[in-house]
Design a protein around this ligand. Structure first.
Ligand SMILES: [Fe+2]
Length: 214
């Protein structure tokens, strides 16, 4: 992936898919908006070009779109998941990929987005899913999403626990750099996050998505 066309209908397609998620599970919808924004920022600080930043933003927005296909009793279960439920949750990265496939068939831009979405739960040490990829086998944009997805998941307050502070999350990202996360990208995140962590509401992010459509 280097430099390519971004179709003028990409924003409308993404916004349309997002609406489905918004109606089914608003919490995941908001998470996706934030991860899209954070992915774009980390891609920028990692030195990726504008096309790649757009791929990162779009893949970040769509990474969990497949959760729209998961039973809400499992998706929102506040207690520990059993083995079967966990397998069902894990199926969401492939479901997200399925949602994007029709778009990949008509444009290279979404063909570049698709593998990053599929691989966003791969671990650098090969213990992630769905393909147990190792190191650089994992698409760069998937490695970007992995870092910011974890940041967001830990920072958000849930019914069963308060959001964690940045210092605690930074320590966890550092601890898992080189095993779960790409070491270089985790370092770039840790060094740059304070510059772009400006409070940005989901409403602002959503307005931007809609603005790009019109
Ligand atoms: Fe996910």
């Amino acid at each position: 992936m280097n430099w390519g066309d971004i179709p003028n209908w990409s924003g409308a397609s993404v916004a349309s898919l997002l609406q489905i998620l918004k109606h089914i599970e608003p919490g995941t919808y908001e998470h996706c908006l934030r991860v899209g924004e954070y992915s774009k920022q980390l891609a920028l600080y990692a030195g990726l070009n504008e096309y790649q930043q757009k791929v990162a933003e779009t893949a970040g927005i769509l990474h969990d779109i497949g959760k729209a296909s998961i039973d809400l009793d499992i998706l929102l279960k506040p207690s520990k998941l059993n083995a079967i439920e966990y397998e069902i949750i894990k199926s969401h990265s492939l479901a997200s990929e399925d949602f994007i496939k029709p778009l990949s068939e008509v444009h290279q831009f979404f063909k570049d987005v698709q593998p990053a979405v599929r691989a966003h739960h791969e671990f650098i040490n090969g213990t992630g899913y769905p393909d147990k990829m190792i190191g650089d086998e994992i698409p760069l944009v998937a490695r970007i999403i992995s870092v910011v997805d974890t940041y967001d998941a830990m920072s958000v307050t849930r019914t069963y626990r308060a959001g964690l502070t940045d210092d605690i999350i930074y320590a966890e990202l550092k601890r898992c750099a080189g095993t779960q996360f790409d070491k270089q990208l985790a370092t770039i995140f840790l060094n740059s996050h304070r510059f772009w962590r400006k409070a940005r509401t989901n409403e602002e992010t959503q307005n931007e998505v809609v603005k790009k459509v019109s």
